[in-house]
Write a new protein. Structure first.
Length: 134
């Protein structure tokens, strides 16, 4: 089975989305930290390009979560490890954030799958009015 590859159009779309997201983040703060923004963008882009997710919508959502989460977490990582350059903290948090979250959610789903399924079924039945009276 061949490895899925990204077309030039998909890469251009990802770059345009990332640039727009970076500009949006940059306008929210009067003096943006360029090293932080570039590290977050590059980390999110690396995650996006290496992702095995077939859905482009999910990739886009993961990219935005990676950008926003990396931008938020990087200063905290830098505060904990003062010797770490801010761009490296931003890059690593943005690249790892969604991957670590997906692994944690998969573990939770495997361990609590039955319980979560029952809770979802009960919620759907409650909302739809199909309550069982046992």
């Amino acid at each position: 089975m061949a490895e899925p590859t990204m077309t030039a159009g998909a890469i251009a779309t990802a770059a345009a989305t990332g640039a727009a997201s970076g500009i949006t983040l940059g306008t929210l703060w009067p003096q943006p930290d360029i090293a932080l923004l570039s590290g977050v963008f590059c980390g999110a882009l690396v995650f996006l390009l290496r992702s095995k997710e077939p859905s482009r919508w999910k990739k886009g959502v993961y990219f935005i979560v990676s950008l926003a989460g990396g931008y938020y977490i990087a200063p905290h990582l830098r505060a904990a490890f003062a010797w770490l350059p801010i761009w490296l903290a931003a890059f690593s948090t943005a690249a790892a954030l969604v991957a670590v979250a997906a692994i944690a959610l998969d573990i939770l789903e495997a361990r609590l799958g039955g319980v979560l399924g029952q809770l979802i079924d009960q919620a759907v039945n409650f909302i739809s009015g199909n309550q069982r009276h046992d």
